[in-house]
Write a protein that binds this ligand. Structure first.
Ligand SMILES: Cc1cc2nc3c(=O)[nH]c(=O)nc-3n(C[C@H](O)[C@H](O)[C@H](O)COP(=O)(O)OP(=O)(O)OC[C@H]3O[C@@H](n4cnc5c(N)ncnc54)[C@H](O)[C@@H]3O)c2cc1C
Length: 457
């Protein structure tokens, strides 16, 4: 049974969404692995082939699940416009929330929590499930349930932290009502696919709000940031990844940590911390290197950061927004006409430009990784990307180093914690990051090429 959930778990492609553990509690559990990533464990109990096929069809990284195209085709039947990177869409926007504190308290433009609030105001939902930045049972970020009387703004900014849907699903099944859930792309794929087979979930989950996702991080990401700020992992109570730093570029994410005594560190740009460069791939789940959905094609609306040149100096933050659900489209249109939202309609190309790095990594980068696996005769999840896509030698090198740094970061940080030695982490991870630097011969070739170009001009 190639490509079943068994292969996903054994080859480390699990993202820890928790659908399997919810569906079949006797055979699957979700636990943090030794590197701090939530992943499924399959019990050694005998599981029949029929059961294995059934559960594999629920796992977002198995070959038995339908892909994002098939899922979105079934959900957004009336939406005909489609982009190769955004999936189906009705309208795209760039901008921010004008009303209240949503922008100030949001990661970028504040659209995520504003939309949740509107769904309550319009009495379209009874419950919102979003992520909260509050230590619960040792985990710094978890999904929590909100009702209309709760303050939606207490939801977290971007949680670069492992979370799971298992308890969320239990709550939904036990509590009748209409729900919105905020999800990263693979969680939405898993949820929407599961809802198709589960009438109660299908009836209750009215909306998903998609959080555009570069990749998910292990707990090591939070711990290493906090440690660099002066809070040791064992004393870490909380961390904020997306404080806004006045006067700095929009993509300079402000980070601060809180220790168990309630002391908060100063705010530092994530760029000044090891691990803060997304392109270095540190503390990443392996599964994320095998994802081809950049924005969350199965969600009703995708919300991301507007990393666009002309908006970079706006330190208050801007969103990119991709609408797929007509009802959400109407809420946004009304928000604009009422002056609550400052959004400008844009073409799909503008949204794609804001996600250029993510697109490159999950198209040509993914093609490279799939080809490598295939050359070695190893299984990798089936993707909508052609493994024979042409990739230049220099880009291949970057993609190779990214995988090496991903794996090394987990190992090195694990060892640094065991030794209680932050310097060990810094010294060894820097050696790995150095591998991104071009070799002397590539530098010479690059120099010759640019001289020729200059001469031709
Ligand atoms: C792991 C991760 C990777 C990301 N990568 C990218 C990227 O590559 N490109 C890009 O443009 N944007 C990315 N984002 C999204 C971006 O950081 C903002 O979260 C998004 O723009 C929403 O901003 P906002 O101002 O509307 O936030 P808000 O109004 O504050 O709304 C954010 C909502 O998202 C919920 N939320 C936060 N983290 C999670 C999570 N992990 N899972 C589910 N729900 C969550 C919060 O509870 C809140 O309801 C990423 C986010 C995460 C969590």
């Amino acid at each position: 049974m190639k490509g079943s959930i068994k292969d996903v778990i054994e080859n480390d492609y699990c993202i820890g969404c928790g659908i399997c553990a919810f569906h079949n509690k006797s055979s699957f559990t979700i636990q943090l692995d030794k590197f701090g990533m939530l992943k499924a464990n399959m019990s050694t109990n005998e599981i029949s082939n029929e059961e294995l096929i059934e559960i594999s069809a629920l796992c977002p990284f198995s070959d038995y699940i339908q892909n994002e195209d098939s899922i979105s085709e079934k959900i957004f039947t009336d939406v005909k416009t489609k982009d190769p990177y955004l999936g189906k869409y009705i309208q795209n926007y760039v901008g921010y929330v004008e009303e209240g504190d949503y922008r100030e308290k949001g990661s970028s433009g504040g659209m995520g929590k504003w939309l949740i609030n509107q769904l309550f105001v319009n009495e379209e939902i009874d419950y919102a499930i979003q992520v909260v930045n509050q230590k619960v049972k040792g985990e710094l970020y978890t999904y929590q349930v909100f009702t209309k009387d709760d303050n939606i703004l207490e939801g977290a900014k971007s949680a670069y932290y492992p979370i799971s849907l298992e308890e969320t699903l239990t709550f939904i099944i036990n509590n009748e009502g209409r729900y919105v859930v905020t999800t990263v792309p693979c969680f939405s794929k898993a949820l929407r696919n599961y809802a198709e087979k589960h009438p109660i979930l299908k009836e209750r989950i009215k909306y998903t709000i998609g959080i555009i996702c570069g990749h998910l991080k292990s707990t090591g990401f939070a711990e290493s940031f906090a440690w660099q700020l002066g809070v040791e992992p064992k004393n870490l109570k909380g961390i904020e990844f997306r404080d806004k730093i006045p006067g700095r570029k929009a993509n300079e994410k402000g980070v601060f940590a809180e220790d168990t005594y309630g002391n908060k560190t100063k705010v530092v740009s994530s760029r000044d911390l090891l691990g803060g460069n997304w392109g270095h791939n540190m503390f990443k789940y392996k599964a994320c290197d095998y994802c081809d959905d950049i924005v969350g094609e199965t969600t009703d609306v995708s919300i991301g950061d507007a990393w666009l040149k002309d908006l970079m100096d706006d330190d208050k933050g801007n969103n990119v927004v991709v609408v797929r659900n007509r009802r959400i489209g109407k809420i946004i249109a009304k928000g604009i006409s009422d002056g609550k939202l400052n959004l400008k309609a844009v073409s799909p190309e503008v949204i794609n430009m804001s996600q250029a790095g993510g697109i490159r990594h999950r198209r040509e980068g993914l093609a490279y990784r799939l080809k490598q696996k295939s050359n070695k005769g190893l299984w990798a999840p089936e993707k909508r990307v052609d493994k024979n896509l042409k990739v230049s030698r220099s880009r291949e090198k970057i993609y190779k180093v990214r995988e090496d740094v991903r794996d090394a970061s987990h190992e090195i940080f694990f060892e640094a914690k065991r030794r209680n030695d932050l310097i060990f982490f810094k010294k060894n991870i820097l050696k790995e990051i150095k591998k991104f630097e071009p070799s002397n011969s590539s530098k010479i070739i690059h120099k010759i090429k640019s001289t020729i170009i200059k001469l031709i001009k």
